[in-house]
Structures are given as C-alpha cells and as structure tokens.
Design a protein around this ligand. Structure first.
Ligand SMILES: *[C@@H]1O[C@H](CO)[C@@H](O)[C@H](O)[C@H]1NC(C)=O
Ligand SMILES: *[C@@H]1O[C@H](CO)[C@@H](O)[C@H](O)[C@H]1NC(C)=O
Ligand SMILES: *[C@@H]1O[C@H](CO)[C@@H](O)[C@H](O)[C@H]1NC(C)=O
Ligand SMILES: *[C@@H]1O[C@H](CO)[C@@H](O)[C@H](O)[C@H]1NC(C)=O
Ligand SMILES: *[C@@H]1O[C@H](CO)[C@@H](O)[C@H](O)[C@H]1NC(C)=O
Ligand SMILES: *[C@@H]1O[C@H](CO)[C@@H](O)[C@H](O)[C@H]1NC(C)=O
Ligand SMILES: CC(=O)N[C@H]1CO[C@H](CO)[C@@H](O)[C@@H]1O
Length: 672
C-alpha cells in the first residue's frame, strides 16, 4: 500500500522529463547543410536551427519552423543577424542565453538572459524557453515574435509583429501589427528606415466590437486557434471567425504576411496535404483600406494595386518599371526624364515631350494638388499635358483632379467610372541604370568590341581576342581588371572594355615592341578574306619574326591558321609575361630567347614554374596553367594543319574539350 503512490510519483517524473526534453547549457548548432536542428518534444512538430536561404548555398537564417511539413514553414527567426554565413555557430550559454557567432567568432546575436541559464525547453507549441535551474523562464521565443504567432502565443502590450520585406527576404517590411496605443489590435504601415508608424490603421479590432471604450491589454491566439483581445476588465473579445477546422487535426499559424495581409492558416497534420490553407484574412481589401496621407499605400509609390482573392497585386503603370525588380510590391520609377523648362507651375513643357496614356477606373486618391471643377474631359487632358508639375489627371463626373509624382495609394476601382490621363515623357531616362540594365551593358560592350576591332591596329585585335578568351588570373604583373560581365551568361568568357585593356597593357606600349607593326599583322583578322591570289600579292610582308606565322615567309598557302599562330604567340606571352623574342640579357638561366621554343622546353621538362617565373598566382592552378600552355603550343605549330581552329582553341582554353599532348612546334621546320 505504501509503494503504490511512490511508483505513480516516479512514473509522473519520468513522464515530465519525456514531455519536456531539455537542451543543456553548452549545446551548439552549426549553420551547415548537414547539421541537425534541435527538435521540439515530445512530437518533434517544430525544429530550431539554421535554414538555408533559397537560391544561396552559403547563407542561412536562425529560425524555428514546422518540421513535419514538406516546406518547413518558418514561424520565428532572428532578424538582426539575417542572413547568417555558413559555418556560424549557435551556443546555449549560461550567461549569454542564445549566442550566435560567425565563423570568425564575431558576435552576430545574443539573446541575453536576466539570470543564470540552466537549460532550454522546446515545446511542441513551438516555444523555445531558456530556464533557470528552478525552471523560471529567463527568455522565450514566444515573447519575441517576428511576423507569426502560434496557438497559445500572446501579443502583449509593446510587442509588435513586423512583416517581411518580401516572400524570400526576411528583412523588415512596411507593415506592422500591435496593440495600438494600448487599446485595439491594429495594423499599420510604417516608413522602414525610421521605424516610425504612419498612424493610419488599415485594420482595427475596435471596428468589430461595439464595446470600443474598454482598452485591450493582450491579444491571444488560443489553443483552439481563435484570436481574442483580452480587455483590461478581463472581458474577452473574440475577433476571428469561429467556424474554422478543429485545431486538433491541424497545425495553425497567424502571420502578418509580407503583402500586409494578416492571415490565419491551417495545415492538416497528417495525410495527403494540399499545403497551407487560408482560414481567413484581414483586411478584405487592403488596396482600399490603406489610405493614409503619408506612405505609399499597399503597393509602392507610383504603383497600382488591385485585389485578387483578398490579396494585393501590384503593377507598374505603362512607362514605369519596378525600382527593385525583386520587390514586386515596391516602388515604380518613371522610365522617362521629367523636364520642366523653368520649373514653374503652368510653364509649358516643350513641344512633343510628353504623351498621355489613358487608364480607366484607376485612381491615386491622395496625391492631388489641384482640383478643377467644372471641367470637361478635354480640358482635364490638356491641363495636365501643359502643366509641368502634373503627373496624372483624373477625370470623373464633371471634375478634374491633378496629381504630382510620386503617386501614392494607387488602386483599381471599377465603381469609380473614372479616366486617368497619365503623362509620359518621351525622353528616356538613359542615366537610370536600372532601366533595362542588361541591354544597355550589352550595347556598350558591343560598341567597344566593334570600335576596337575596326578602329585599331591588328595587334590590338589579338590582344583583345586573347583577353576575351583568357581567364583573368593569368594576366599578371598588371593592375587588376574589373571585367564587364553579363550576369545572365553561364559562359566563362569575359569581355573587357577598351579602357581596361589599355590599363592592363600600359596603353599597349610596353607589349607593342618598337613600332614595327605600324607599317604593316594588313590585318590578321582579315586573313580569311584572302584568296590564294591575293595572298601572293602580299609576299612583301614585313613583321617581327615570332609573331607572324612561318608560312608568310615560305612559299606555301596562307590560311586563317596564320591568325591562330599569332594568337598562340600572344597567349604564350601573356602566360610567361615576356616578349616573344628577347634580345636583352635579363632572362634567366637556360632561358631560350625564342618564346615558342622556351615554352616547349619548359613543357617537356615539366618546368612550367620556370616559364611563369614562379608566379604564385599562376601556379596555384597548375592544371589550368598546363592547359593554357598546351593550347599555346598547339596554336604555334609550324605545320599549319596541326593548329586548331580558333573556335577549338577557345573551347580548349575554357576546358570544355580535352587538350591532347602537343608535339614540338618546330619539328616541322627541321623537316622542311
Ligand atoms: C544583449 O546585450 C548586449 C550588451 O548589453 C546588447 O548589445 C545587445 O543588443 C543585447 N541583445 C538583445 C537581443 O537585446
Ligand atoms: C509547454 O507546453 C505546455 C502546454 O502544452 C505549457 O503549459 C508549458 O508552459 C510549456 N512550457 C514551456 C517551457 O514553454
Ligand atoms: C541553482 O543555481 C543557483 C545559481 O544560479 C545556485 O545557487 C543553486 O544552488 C542552484 N540550485 C540547484 C538545485 O542546483
Ligand atoms: C532584403 O531587403 C533589404 C532591405 O530592402 C535589402 O537591403 C537586402 O539586400 C535584401 N536582401 C536580399 C537577399 O534581397
Ligand atoms: C459589451 O460590454 C457589456 C458590458 O460590459 C457586455 O455585457 C457585453 O457582452 C459586451 N459586448 C461585447 C460584444 O463584447
Ligand atoms: C476605357 O473606357 C472607355 C469608355 O469609357 C472605352 O472606350 C475604352 O476602350 C476603355 N479603355 C480600356 C483600355 O479599357
Ligand atoms: C506661375 C503660374 O503659372 N502659376 C499658376 C499655377 O496654377 C494656377 C492654377 O492654374 C494659376 O492660377 C497660376 O497662375
């Protein structure tokens, strides 16, 4: 009889330890793709750890997520440290609480604790709590919400939910939710840099309750997934609809989404799940409900908002484009220059500088600077066209509203029956780099390519082609180049602007020799246009031996392969950082004065370090170096038929095709 209660006590003890598995002080986690997160207990519904950011391979976010659903939805994250580099470590520290350091050991985040941490418990509610040895809580994730609350979590006075910048960007966004002035649960917009609210509530719990006067002190997402405002007098005001699927079989969360819509979602815990379903969301029409005197509205400045399934869809009007292409709900900038001849209102813009785009049923209700009434449609039109300040005029009924940029709170509203005359400049804003940046850069590069190819000597052509095909690191002992690079291109080919080539080659002077080319290498690039007849007329060719292919000096057929030869010479020059023929006495022990011979000697002796004069940068990638030397040797074969085509040479340089072991470039000479 005495033993029975004791065994129950023991069982209870074991049970409590099981349900609240503890994470002891000193436990660490590393940001890496194979690291195991901390799991909540006992069911493991949640995990805490580093989630890899989409589209990156070395950036992570310290976060808590739903662990048993496929998309591992994040419900809490550490904002100040976002994004965290790979190799960062999280440690549960007795005095510091959660301590996050980068791989170099620098502090990224420190949760701080108001006492000595003994352990952490991580509940299946999704709450991580740091506790003292007497189980009192020093810090808990539920008290530091980000954009999401979970069942049993509360929003206290002073707590704020802040939206993300965008779906994939966890930086702070423009929307926040809080117990406003300690009265009602309200959503607001804010200016991001200053963190100050615009004081323009687009949702308020007051509007759902006739008992507005009683101040709220807490917002609760109950374990049954109902949202309640607890009043100062203890009354509870349920503000969410109560016809929702049961919380027992579903995961629940309520998130202030990045588009400003506060949404309660549910997700079946088991079975073939369709993903997160919307239980309900606030407000019904965010495009209309955000209507402050300051701020841009639900979308960015100059943007137009329309509602689809209670979500805002933002589009830029014609003639405008996104200021940040990744921020769909962000600002739109005009693609044209705004020109005012003398800056006064009413001053006439120059003829034909502007055109008007007509947009039906769209309004920007908060940007008026002038109202003309009565006003005909035609008057409204011309009034805007002829007014320098006017960005758009809206004609509705018998009135005309003139508005200036930036336009805010733009929205589609079919009940308006209005007509907007949007004024578009014809002068493109070419100083704006965000305007179609790729085509501009491509054009710029093309201009440089063409002007270099057609406007300069043949030798520069070689340098240019060489530089275009050569990975950058081999251009040694020169100022570093900043290659103009097309980000969308997957090729390793790089283009250099003329300026960069000039810089890298010291104004082309150093490598040019002594002007011996000035009187000619005709142009190597034009060799393919020569017929055999024409080439005979060129027997008086002059040039520095070494650069020109030997067939120019022999009575054999001249083909495009002469270009390949010269290319090979320049390639070897760049690799070895010396001129093709050296007549000075500076070269080292046993160095052959003829570069092609010297390169061959080094290659067969396995002494490529001697060829590059022990340059560490070049030797650091020995495989590539050997490949380049082999390509150079193939290109400089005296037997033209052995040389690769220019295309093949480039492919070999890139490592796309295998480079066969070259033969002695001058073997042919001895035969002839
Ligand atoms: C923790 O304390 C340090 C030093 O007092 C402070 O710099 C840091 O901001 C605090 N961290 C948090 C999350 O409050
Ligand atoms: C764990 O969850 C229970 C409810 O399931 C809750 O009463 C308790 O406070 C939680 N503990 C911590 C440390 O969050
Ligand atoms: C709990 O920790 C305090 C110091 O923070 C210590 O003085 C005390 O002895 C500890 N109690 C137990 C039961 O370990
Ligand atoms: C996220 O947004 C912030 C603020 O606009 C910006 O500075 C940052 O570059 C963005 N991060 C990514 C990964 O796009
Ligand atoms: C409003 O307050 C009165 C008195 O405190 C209470 O009887 C009534 O139920 C409240 N109504 C709502 C909708 O909360
Ligand atoms: C705009 O409305 C007018 C009638 O008011 C109509 O003729 C015109 O086609 C509409 N334009 C567009 C783009 O819908
Ligand atoms: C300087 C000038 O043209 N000012 C005009 C600005 O617009 C108002 C309203 O049309 C005119 O009355 C002013 O003369």
């Amino acid at each position: 009889m005495e033993l029975f209660p004791l065994s129950i006590f023991l069982l209870l003890l074991v049970f409590t330890r099981l349900s609240y598995a503890q994470i002891p002080v000193g436990t660490t986690l590393t940001a890496a793709s194979n690291s195991d997160p901390w799991r909540s207990s006992p069911a493991g519904d949640f995990a805490l750890g580093f989630q890899q950011l989409q589209g990156t391979d070395n950036l992570y976010i310290l976060s808590i997520w739903f662990h048993k659903i496929p998309d591992k939805t994040i419900v809490w994250y550490e904002r100040s440290s976002y994004p965290v580099p790979r190799g960062s470590t999280l440690r549960l520290d007795a005095t510091g609480g959660l301590v996050l350091n980068d791989p170099q050991g620098r502090l990224l985040y420190n949760s701080n604790a108001t006492g000595q941490v003994d352990h952490a418990t991580f509940n299946d509610t999704g709450n991580l709590a740091l506790q003292q040895n007497d189980s009192s809580i020093l810090w808990e994730s539920f008290r530091h919400p980000t954009d999401t609350i979970l069942p049993t979590q509360t929003i206290e006075l002073g707590d704020t939910l802040v939206s993300r910048k965008s779906e994939a960007n966890f930086s702070e966004g423009r929307f926040y939710a809080a117990l406003n002035r300690g009265r009602d649960f309200a959503f607001n917009t804010r200016s991001v840099p200053s963190n100050s609210g615009y004081d323009d509530e687009y949702y308020s719990s007051i509007n759902t309750s006739p008992n507005a006067s009683e101040p709220g002190i807490r917002v609760v997402l109950s374990s049954e997934a109902l949202i309640t405002v607890v009043k100062r007098n203890g009354q509870e005001q349920v503000i969410s609809p109560n016809s929702i699927p049961p919380s027992s079989g579903n995961y629940y969360r309520a998130t202030l989404d990045w588009d400003g819509v506060f949404t309660q979602y549910y997700h079946p815990k088991t079975g073939n799940s369709p993903g997160w379903q919307v239980a309900w969301s606030w407000p019904d029409n965010i495009c209309n409900d955000i209507n402050g005197d300051t701020g841009s509205g639900a979308c960015g400045y100059n943007s137009i908002c329309r509602i689809e399934a209670q979500r805002p869809v933002c589009t830029c009007p014609p003639g405008f484009s996104l200021a940040d292409a990744l921020d769909r709900n962000g600002d739109c900038k005009p693609n044209f220059q705004q020109i005012c001849t003398n800056g006064e209102n009413g001053s006439l813009p120059q003829d034909n500088e502007y055109s008007l785009e007509i947009i039906n049923n769209t309004d920007w209700p908060k940007s008026d600077y002038q109202i003309i009434s009565p006003c005909s449609e035609e008057q409204c039109r011309t009034s805007c066209l002829n007014d320098c300040f006017c960005g758009v005029s809206i004609h509705r009924g018998n009135s005309c509203w003139k508005k200036k940029l930036p336009l805010s709170n733009g929205r589609v509203d079919f009940s308006l029956g209005s007509k907007a005359f949007l004024k578009l400049g014809k002068k493109k804003d070419i100083t704006d780099p965000s305007l179609n940046p790729r085509s501009r850069k491509e054009r710029q590069t093309m201009v440089v390519v063409l002007s270099v190819l057609f406007g300069s000597s043949a030798f520069i052509n070689f340098l240019f082609i060489t530089a275009a095909c050569l990975p950058f690191f081999l251009v040694k002992n020169k100022k570093p180049l900043n290659p103009v690079r097309d980000p969308s291109s997957s090729s390793n080919l790089r283009c250099f602007t003329y300026k960069e080539l000039e810089l890298a080659t010291d104004g082309f002077k150093e490598e040019l020799g002594r002007g011996s080319f000035g009187i000619v290498i005709s142009d190597f690039g034009l060799a393919k246009l020569l017929t055999m007849d024409q080439s005979k007329t060129l027997t008086g060719i002059r040039g520095t031996k070494g650069y020109v292919a030997p067939e120019w000096f022999r009575n054999t057929q001249v083909s495009v392969k002469v270009d390949v030869y010269s290319f090979g010479v320049v390639l070897l020059e760049i690799i070895s950082c010396r001129r093709v023929i050296r007549d000075d006495l500076e070269f080292g022990d046993g160095e052959n004065p003829i570069l092609t011979d010297w390169a061959w000697d080094c290659f067969v002796d396995g002494r490529l370090d001697a060829l590059v004069k022990n340059d560490e940068e070049a030797l650091s990638d020995g495989e590539a170096l050997e490949r380049f030397v082999m390509v150079g040797l193939w290109c400089t074969q005296e037997d033209a038929s052995l040389r690769p085509t220019m295309k093949k040479a480039c492919l070999m340089l890139e490592g796309v095709v295998q480079v066969p072991e070259p033969t002695n470039p001058s073997a042919f000479a001895s035969v002839v």
